[in-house]
Ligand binder design. Structure first.
Ligand code: ADP
Ligand code: ZN
Length: 725
């Protein structure tokens, strides 16, 4: 018997070991093993158990020991890990690492024991002082408790409690104390709501679903209530569930909705947990104590046994795509895990990704639709403002200023939304709204400051930066953008009486400040909240009746084939914030190009119209979901080196494509990335497209094997890349 072991050394290969007689009965895949490696002992996971074959070397070293007999990975999770490694061309160890939080293996993260005080049933209470009687009654009432906590709550000392223990009235013993990230949040259980007809139909569709199902429901249509009831159904049947949410939507509010319905059966996994909390939550899941797991990307690997359902909330969210190794897409991984385990996967969104939408149209995914709001409130009215007609090109249009004034007078709240990524600048004419785009790809050019030219990030074409607008000839080309800080400052000038809060990556670096800002806004401590896409989703503020989108074009002009999709999503999601309670909502969308199809469709809430038109463009341009697209990223500290090698690889890929025409591989030229230089590294890229992902990976493996990159060049492939930058 031979076991194939993955050792955490990023060598992207498995090592064979002999399984000694004594271990053969106990050894199973997914276990952590101790094996000799070079001159030391190493740890690794058992990935496969195979029979000894004629080819296998006689001199294999034996496994030293099984570290833990309970496997860390179930066979289906191992299958998932292997498939992701294959699909993304990532080293298997990197996928294992993503699948298993490091804290889980840390010995010092194990729970420490603390003293617990238990009341002794029917203990004789004679000979006690009045104070001791009072203590006993209260310990009984509380059902016992941690020694330290009881001393605190009952204003007593450990010595007094030990005196009671000496009389056998209470028992004091050490007990492992769970570190609970939801401590204090497990409030009274909520009851299931009576579903409206659309929700009932969706729930029935989920119960009947075999594979993936899109739950397409507008913001506030009550998707979460449907998830909760679908999960309750699984729990009744003895099965567990995984709920995936985007990291930034993992607010206490979201988690609380699950925790207050299912109490202790909920475990939460996210990046802000301490090692101890993560250790305890993970082991609670593995032991089957927690049956519902709420978490971001990596929750897709949670060791839920007897899984019944996976929910991916806000399935269109780009943050489901991991940007470093392994570059997997957690939504797609969820669909894969669902297929491996034979369970339904619900993909929820008000603005589905076009990949998911296409899978519905192709009949691969089922679909349930909810078009109205479930609770109080109605969909807001949306108003488009043409910024070209605003005098002086200010940040705020007259209409928006009036609307904010009105909210301040009425004591209602306003959210202002602005999406701005600093380094990615498109070139827009402020006179006619024209965006300078690549004629071959119809994508916005990216301005490259280093050599003052405009480049297309798909075909590699470039042009010198024009002095005047190529469409109308005006000398009004703009490279500048408005950032959130500038908006905050001008609000202070326009509305000195108002308190303004700002939320973006700069303002939320402290661990809790994200929550702090939102809670302060919820409590009404500020009248206006300015932010980036962080404020765009999942939040439910009853007093917000106005939402302003300051520069709807900024995301439209990103050098990315998904720019229109992102713009649609952002406007629709942001607009969903207004009027969630009884008060009617209003949305003001400012744009230099208010006739852009994505903006018009988003203002009307016409998702299907948008999707139909956008899919046509994608098909013509040969973009996903009509192909797979991967970015081969190269970086080096030497500019000459990275450009030369990038060119060489682009040519090698092109030659491979020419030799294997059946693969349908389309190879771009090598171009510098939009972020050409970061931290002293020069970054270049080659874009590969093909109808099948396999074709791309086989090209990658072949070329890399033939021409391995030199050590001073870093090279990676990003399958189904989410950003062309
Ligand atoms: P979504 O997840 O689709 O954005 P939510 O689940 O947050 O929507 O629901 C929006 C609001 O509607 C919430 O306040 C929720 O409590 C309420 N709601 C949901 N379903 C019902 C229902 N069947 N009856 C009454 N109110 C509901
Ligand atoms: Zn181009």
């Amino acid at each position: 018997m031979i076991v194939k072991v993955a050792i955490d050394l990023a060598l992207d290969r498995l090592f064979d070991y002999e399984v000694p007689e004594a271990l053969q009965k106990k050894l199973a895949v997914g276990q952590l093993l101790s094996v000799p490696f070079g001159h030391r002992e190493a740890r690794g996971f058992a990935m496969d158990i195979v029979e000894r074959t004629a080819q296998s070397s006689a001199k294999l070293k034996p496994v030293s020991a099984i570290v833990d007999e309970t496997p860390f990975f179930s066979p289906s999770i191992l299958t998932l890990v292997k498939r992701i490694a294959e699909y993304t061309a990532a080293p298997i160890e990197s996928v294992l690492r993503a699948a298993l939080p490091a804290a889980v293996l840390k010995r010092n993260a194990r729970a420490k024991e603390q003293l617990f005080v238990d009341p002794v049933p029917d203990a004789a209470a004679d000979g006690l002082t009045a104070r001791q009687k009072w203590l006993c009654e209260n310990i009984l009432r509380l059902g016992g408790g941690w020694l330290a906590q009881l001393c605190d709550e009952l204003k007593t000392t450990p010595a007094s409690l030990r005196a009671l223990a000496a009389k056998s009235i209470v028992a004091i013993a050490p007990r492992a104390r769970r570190r609970d990230p939801l401590a204090g949040r497990r409030v009274l259980p909520t009851k299931p709501l009576a579903l409206n007809p659309a929700q009932s139909a969706a729930l029935a569709a989920i119960k009947a679903a075999k594979g993936a199902l899109l739950l397409h429901g507008v913001t506030g249509s009550g998707k979460t209530e449907v998830y909760l009831q679908a999960i309750a159904f699984e729990l009744e049947k003895g099965r567990g569930a995984i709920v995936m949410v985007p990291e930034i939507a993992l607010t206490p509010q979201t988690v609380q909705r699950f925790a207050s319905r299912f109490g202790d059966r909920v475990a939460v996994l996210h990046s802000a947990l301490s090692d101890g909390e993560r250790y305890d939550e993970w082991h609670r899941i593995r032991r089957g104590e927690a049956r519902v797991v709420v978490g971001p990307r990596s929750a897709v690997f949670a060791p839920v046994a007897n899984l019944g359902l996976i929910v991916v909330d806000e399935e269109h969210e780009p943050s489901y795509k991991q940007e470093d190794n392994p570059r997997y897409h957690a939504r797609d991984a969820a669909v894969l895990r669902g297929a491996i385990e034979g369970v339904a996967v619900v993909l929820g969104s008000a603005t589905p990704s076009l990949e998911t939408w296409m899978n519905v149209r192709r009949g691969k995914y089922a679909c349930a639709t909810m078009t109205g709001r479930a609770g109080a409130g109605s969909l807001p009215s949306v108003r488009l403002v043409n910024m070209q007609e605003e005098p002086g090109r200010t940040i705020f249009s007259g209409a928006l200023l009036d609307a904010i004034h009105l909210r301040l007078e009425r004591g209602e709240q306003t959210m202002l939304f602005l999406n701005r990524r600093g380094w990615s600048r498109s070139v827009t004419c402020e006179a006619c709204g024209h965006v300078v785009t690549c004629p071959d790809c119809n994508l916005a050019y990216t301005y490259h400051r280093a050599d003052d030219c405009l480049r297309c990030h798909v075909c590699g074409g470039w042009r010198p930066t024009p002095a005047n607008c190529p469409a109308c000839g005006a000398a009004a080309l703009s490279f500048r953008g408005i950032g959130t800080q500038r908006v905050e400052a001008s609000l202070a000038r326009c509305f000195p009486q108002a308190t303004v809060l700002r939320m973006d990556a700069d303002s939320t670096s402290r661990r809790r400040s994200h929550d702090d800002i939102l809670s302060a806004f919820r409590r009404g401590e500020a009248q206006i909240l300015v932010g980036t896409q962080m404020i765009a989703k999942g939040l439910d503020f009853p007093n917000v009746t106005l939402v302003g989108v300051l520069n709807a074009d900024s995301s439209l002009n990103m050098p990315d084939f998904r720019a229109a999709e992102r713009t649609y999503q952002l406007i629709a999601q942001v607009a969903g914030r207004a009027g969630r309670a009884e008060l009617p909502g209003e949305v003001v969308v400012q744009s230099f190009d208010p006739s852009a199809p994505a903006i018009v469709a988003a203002a009307r809430g016409d998702y299907e119209g948008f999707a139909a038109r956008e899919l046509k463009d994608r098909e013509e341009g040969f973009f996903p979901p009509f192909c797979h697209l991967a970015v081969v990223a190269l970086k080096s500290q030497d500019l000459k080196l990275v450009s030369t090698w990038s060119d060489m690889y682009a040519k090698s890929f092109a030659a491979f494509a020419a030799k294997n025409p059946s693969l349908g591989l389309v190879v771009s030229e090598a171009v510098p990335s939009a972020l050409e230089k970061a931290d002293g590294w020069y970054r270049w890229q080659v874009v590969l497209r093909a109808p099948g992902a396999r074709a791309i990976i086989s090209a990658w493996r072949t070329i890399i094997a033939r021409r391995p990159p030199p050590k001073i060049l870093r090279m990676a492939i990003d399958m189904d890349a989410h950003s062309l930058a």
